[in-house]
Design a protein around this ligand. Structure first.
Ligand SMILES: Cc1ncc(COP(=O)(O)O)c(/C=C/C(=O)C(=O)O)c1O
Length: 359
């Protein structure tokens, strides 16, 4: 039996030459049973799948191990992407590992510190665009059409092939059971599409016998998919000026919206939005109840769960998996902004005793 991780599922992945696989041992992330949080929310069975535990700290590593392996098979030397941060961090790492040049386009002023540090430090050519993610994606797609680079945004189907292993792994870790509902944040909408594909493939090949309700959560200021869902539509109206502190999902024109809406409709799932305040509260609750530190966009899945319970939109007896998509260290500024300031004293034991005795 192969060790747990993306390549445990090699037989379900479109690899022509396994010798060309580029890996940082991604996947195999913890599926935590969260009984404290479940009790707090009045739920029977709640799990958190922490994708922040991947090599570069987000679920993107699953897509990149597959996508950069494909680039290897094609003999490509230059790869690129537009990114809100995590895609660029991951592509920079996997391209370094396979001696490829990497070009990343980032929306200047809206990329969390940890992600920018990663893209720079792994040696990518980092270009900041005076525009948003959607503008950057249009530009990098033009470079790909001109043959200047191999595009590894989630328009590239090999990215989704790698990310579908999140669905496989959840079943694997639940002893081949399928949760009633999977809740995750949605930005460009590749991940919700990929994970749905994974669950469908396991069912179609007889490994499992049911499918979860796919539930996508967006930020109040960047929710084109939620708006389409609430009108029962299959097309979206792009948000021209997406705004949220959850910069990872500050996306107004999600390229994968058709697949994402199909996943939500066909699974009998839901789409809901949450405010920045609800995201920060959920981010704190998860850290202080379960010891799991995630970046703001990731906490949208927990904030969405809380909101859906309050709306009586889900059954408290459901077996629920919330996917937290990126590590809290990615956005240290957001974490410090949301916390009480540290106490600062001189090296004086009396002062220290007076503080401790207050506790
Ligand atoms: C932490 C985190 N949580 C959720 C999402 C949304 O996933 P998709 O709905 O598949 O886009 C992202 C996406 C990030 C980028 O799109 C990028 O890095 O360019 C993320 O980094």
């Amino acid at each position: 039996k192969r060790e747990i991780g993306v390549w445990r599922y090699l037989d379900y992945l479109p690899v022509k030459d396994p010798k060309k696989i580029v890996t940082l041992h991604e996947g195999g992330t913890p599926l935590y049973k969260c009984d404290n949080l479940a009790k707090e929310l009045g739920l029977k069975e709640l799990y958190v799948k922490n994708e922040g535990a991947n090599p570069t700290g987000s679920f993107k590593d699953r897509g990149m191990t597959m996508g950069v392996t494909r680039a290897n098979e094609l003999g490509v030397n230059i790869v690129g992407c537009a990114s809100t941060g995590n895609t660029s961090a991951s592509l920079a790492a996997y391209s370094a590992r396979s001696n490829k040049k990497c070009i990343v386009l980032l929306p200047s002023g809206n990329v969390a510190l940890g992600k920018l540090a990663q893209a720079m430090f792994y040696g990518a050519k980092v270009i900041q665009i005076n525009g948003n993610f959607d503008d950057a994606l249009l530009m990098v797609r033009k470079l790909a059409e001109e043959g200047k680079l191999y595009l590894l945004n989630s328009v590239n189907p090999f990215r989704l092939e790698g990310q579908k292993t999140i669905g496989f792994e959840i079943c694997d870790q639940l002893n081949w059971e399928v949760p009633d509902r999977v809740i995750l944040p949605v930005g460009n909408a590749g991940n919700i599409s990929a994970i749905w594909k994974g669950f469908k493939e396991f069912k179609e090949t007889g490994i499992t016998d049911k499918l979860p309700k796919m539930t996508g959560i967006q930020a109040e200021g960047a929710k084109p998919i939620v708006e389409a869902f609430k009108k029962g539509q299959k097309t979206i109206v792009p948000e021209k000026h997406p705004e949220t502190i959850a910069t990872a999902i500050r996306i107004g024109n999600p390229v994968n919206y058709p697949k994402a809406l199909d996943a939500i409709y066909s699974s009998g799932g839901l789409a809901e939005s949450v405010t920045d305040e609800e995201i920060v509260e959920a981010q704190k609750l998860l850290a202080r109840k379960e010891g799991i530190f995630v970046e703001p966009a990731s906490a949208a899945s927990i904030a969405g769960l809380i909101k859906l319970i309050e709306m009586d939109a889900i059954d408290r007896d459901e077996k629920i998996v919330c996917i937290t998509t990126g590590h809290g260290l990615k956005d240290p500024d957001a974490a410090i902004r949301a916390s009480e300031r540290p106490i600062e004293i001189e090296c004086d034991m009396d002062v220290l005793h007076s503080i401790i005795n207050e506790e």
